[in-house]
Design a protein around this ligand. Structure first.
Ligand code: DQA
Length: 165
């Protein structure tokens, strides 16, 4: 443990445990890179996860990334976040943004802060996309900055931890 700690440039420990971030991606985001590239760009989900993992590791944070096309799997993962003592969730609920009271309830139940990320600007798209079941309970929302939004979400978590260190 001692040796491991020395290798980390920034140390974010909570009760002796490394702080953990969970990244959750909702339905159809497994197709990023091929899915409507004019809206979502050409970066794949793997590339996004790899970059986030590198960024987290550089800061001395643990991170896990999960994608599912199924509402119940996302809910189970959010419940799991409670047992895993996740510090913050970065969440792109994708189409569930506009439909899922059940996922909203799960996030309220675990009371873990989360940052809502959308690659596209949902407020400049079809009317049905302009309502989110998550924005009012999110710590913050990033929408329309492309896949850079995920990086900015993690930057803000790292900055917050640095300020409180
Ligand atoms: C999205 C926007 C949603 O409206 C859509 O259903 C998605 C992706 C985004 O990242 O821009 O699947 O969340």
């Amino acid at each position: 443990m001692g040796e491991f700690r020395q290798n980390l440039p920034i140390l974010f420990y909570n009760n002796g445990m490394m702080n953990k971030i969970m990244v959750l991606h909702g339905p159809n985001l497994n197709l990023l890179g091929r899915r409507e590239p004019q809206i979502y760009g050409t970066c794949t989900l793997n590339e996004i996860n790899q970059k986030l993992t590198q960024q987290a590791q550089n800061a001395g944070l643990a991170i896990s990334c999960f994608q599912s096309n199924s509402e119940h799997e996302i809910i189970n993962k959010i419940h799991q976040a409670l047992d895993e003592q996740i510090y913050c969730i970065i969440f792109n609920p994708a189409a569930y943004t506009h439909t899922s009271v059940a996922i909203r309830d799960a996030l309220c139940a675990v009371a873990i802060p989360f940052i809502e990320v959308h690659i596209s600007n949902i407020y400049s798209r079809e009317p049905f996309r302009q309502h989110s079941y998550f924005s009012d309970i999110a710590k913050g929302t990033i929408s329309g900055l492309g896949v850079e939004g995920y990086k900015l979400a993690l930057d803000s978590i790292i900055n917050e931890l640095e300020r409180s260190a």
